[in-house]
Ligand binder design. Structure first.
Ligand code: G4P
Ligand code: NA
Ligand code: NA
Length: 194
């Protein structure tokens, strides 16, 4: 998605060869027009998939998912990282290990919001090692529902996430695929010359 790649080039900040900072439009300040365009692109990619729910994870997955759910005409559910005060114990739980943060966190979704028979589009802001996506997939399966695919805003293609998800047979649609972060510059997969 050209508009997204341009935002990454012009407003992103390469913190290291592993980490891309995009606080200017995605992870802190939110460019709502760009998020709307991203959501519409996810909806277009999965328009033939019979999606009944969009599932993401708080906090940064919510903004890019909003317009996807709106366009597809489905509810948007976000998995919680901390149990909310009003949440009862009827929840699906999955443990997610973050290699980046070197910690494990439980993510939860109330059983009220996912049913067997749901066809779910999973969306997240970043795909690194794929552990968050695998946790969300686990929760969809606990509900007896079907995963139609995974929509990612920014994929770091030099990490293992896509490989892991594709090996398990999932459709992965990433709107920007970062091949390399090096010397302050971003190289995208589709810019590679042979
Ligand atoms: P994984 O799920 O793909 O295995 O990813 P990982 O554990 O490495 O990611 C942990 C957190 O770091 C996630 O956010 C993820 O979105 C974020 N992250 C991973 N790589 C990058 C990067 O290069 N740049 C930025 N900006 N973030 C990255 P989170 O802790 O869930 O936070 P949030 O959703 O509340 O923002
Ligand atoms: Na994040
Ligand atoms: Na995230």
């Amino acid at each position: 998605m050209e508009q997204l790649k341009q935002a990454i080039r012009e407003r992103g900040n390469v913190l290291s060869d592993q980490v891309l900072k995009v606080d200017t439009f995605l992870n802190h300040q939110v460019d709502v027009n760009l998020m709307a365009a991203i959501g519409e692109e996810f909806a277009r990619l999965f328009s033939e998939s019979g999606i009944t729910k969009v599932l993401t994870i708080e906090s940064s997955g919510i903004a890019p998912s909003f317009m996807a759910a709106s366009t597809l005409g489905t509810p948007l559910i976000f998995a919680r990282k901390k149990k909310s005060l009003t949440m009862n114990n009827d929840v699906f739980v999955s443990s997610v290990y973050s290699f980046t943060k070197q910690e494990t966190n439980d993510i939860t979704v109330s059983k009220d919001f996912l049913d067997a028979g749901d066809v779910v589009l999973i969306i997240d802001d970043f795909l690194a090692n794929g552990q968050a996506a695998l946790g969300l997939i686990d929760i969809v399966h606990q509900a007896g529902a079907h995963v139609a695919g995974i929509g990612i805003v920014i994929e770091k293609s030099f990490q293992d996430g896509r490989k892991l998800l594709e090996e398990q047979g999932y459709r992965v649609e990433s709107l920007a695929r970062v091949h390399q972060l090096s010397e302050g510059r971003v190289t995208f997969v589709d810019e590679l010359t042979t």
